[in-house]
Design a protein around this ligand. Structure first.
Ligand code: FES
Ligand code: FE2
Length: 373
């Protein structure tokens, strides 16, 4: 969104938000719901405008959401009280963070923790080389649970597992990670880990984390042969043999290599439909064909995300059975998924004033759902 008036829609859980660049470089997030009788105002994915005009009765709004025009309203009508609803918005390293909560918590802790970790990658000076949505026919929680563990990586992702230490138990990577971290300062990467995700986050929407892991077989990046696929990012000066997992809020994750970043954005679209948008970022001055080839850049996470879509949808089909009973999680490979599940339960509990039942013993769940066990 380089120019004033550039905008795009972001849609999540039945809501639609206009993200627009205003004057002086500011970015506004406006609820895409007319203050007259509630029509959606914009209905194409992106555009460039100086005003937003509602197609229903023609009310028009400025880039800051202020109501500018409302024909034939009676004298005394208070335009100032009928601007578009503005959501909380913050920009960090070129990433736009929006929170629907009018009492949204202070973004400061997130920013202070993550800014140094993000800094070497120079995300504000990257550009989108490619973006693709992989709609998943599942509830969003199954999609996020799957993202939270790499227990499934060896069976489901041979292309990833051959080169990424995350597919192994952490205990098997200790020495390799120490070697990566010893090399890291020489290439301008030093941060190791921050974990303020799920219940450790200061508030809903501020889940964040950052941790590094080793690449295997001498790989320098995530690619078919492990060789670089784009120019080095930001202030990074070489390859230390590591990759970085990031969590950027409740539903957004990223994997940062020295030469490109893969952003993962989950958006619930319905009870059993979740968008999984994958965005490949490269240095802003990288030119396709000269500095990178799109097919090489996107190969690994395209093939991996297609496999994830398949396994998550298969998971949904299985848990839809009235006879399904949750089984035990691996204490070695699924602790992050357990944290996520606990967070979901606690978030629902606090949103309902504690009105959720305590976790039932596993054996009773099938009975409650009408099963025979
Ligand atoms: S609903 Fe938008 S102008 Fe009437
Ligand atoms: Fe996966």
């Amino acid at each position: 969104m380089p120019e004033r008036g550039d905008w795009f829609l972001y849609e999540i859980a039945g809501e639609s938000v206009i993200i627009v660049r205003d004057g002086e470089g500011g970015i506004n997030a406006l609820l895409n719901v007319c203050r007259h009788r509630g029509s959606r105002i914009c209905d194409v994915p992106a555009g460039h405008d100086t005003r937003f005009t509602c197609p229903y009765h023609g009310w028009s709004y400025g880039l800051d959401g202020a109501l500018k025009g409302a024909a034939r309203m009676e004298p005394g009508f208070d335009r100032a009280a009928h601007g578009l609803r503005r959501l909380r918005v913050r920009v960090l390293e070129g990433l736009v963070f929006v929170n629907f909560d009018v009492a949204a918590p202070d973004f400061g802790e997130f920013e202070r923790a993550m800014a140094p970790a993000l800094a070497p990658y120079g995300l504000a000076k990257t550009r989108v080389a490619h973006r693709q949505n992989y709609p998943i026919a599942s509830n969003w929680k199954l999609a996020v649970e799957n993202y939270c563990e790499c227990y499934h990586c060896q069976p489901a992702h041979p292309e990833y597992s051959v080169g990424h230490g995350r597919a192994l138990p952490d205990a098997e990577c200790v020495t390799m990670l120490a070697e990566v971290m010893a090399r890291a300062p020489a290439v301008g990467l030093t941060q190791n880990s921050i974990r303020r995700s799920w219940l450790r986050a200061p508030a809903f929407g501020l889940e964040h984390g950052f941790d590094r892991y080793p690449l295997l077989r001498g790989q320098e990046t995530g690619s078919r042969d492990g060789k670089p696929v784009a120019p080095l990012l930001g202030s990074i000066r070489g390859y230390d043999g590591g990759a970085t997992d990031l969590q950027l809020g409740a539903l957004t994750f990223a994997l940062a290599y020295c030469d490109h970043v893969v952003l993962y954005r989950f958006a619930p679209r319905g009870l059993n439909l979740t968008d999984c948008e994958v965005i490949w970022l490269v240095r802003e001055d990288a030119v396709e064909g000269r500095d990178y080839r799109l097919a090489d850049l996107t190969w690994l996470w395209d093939v991996t995300t297609i496999a994830d879509k398949r396994i998550i949808e298969r998971n949904q089909a299985g848990v839809d059975s009235r006879f399904y009973q949750p089984g035990p999680l691996s204490a070695v490979m699924e602790t992050f998924t357990r944290d996520f599940a606990d967070w979901v339960v606690e978030t629902l509990r606090s949103a309902t004033g504690g009105g959720l039942p305590d976790r039932r013993p596993l054996a009773s769940i099938g009975k409650a759902a009408g099963g025979k066990t």
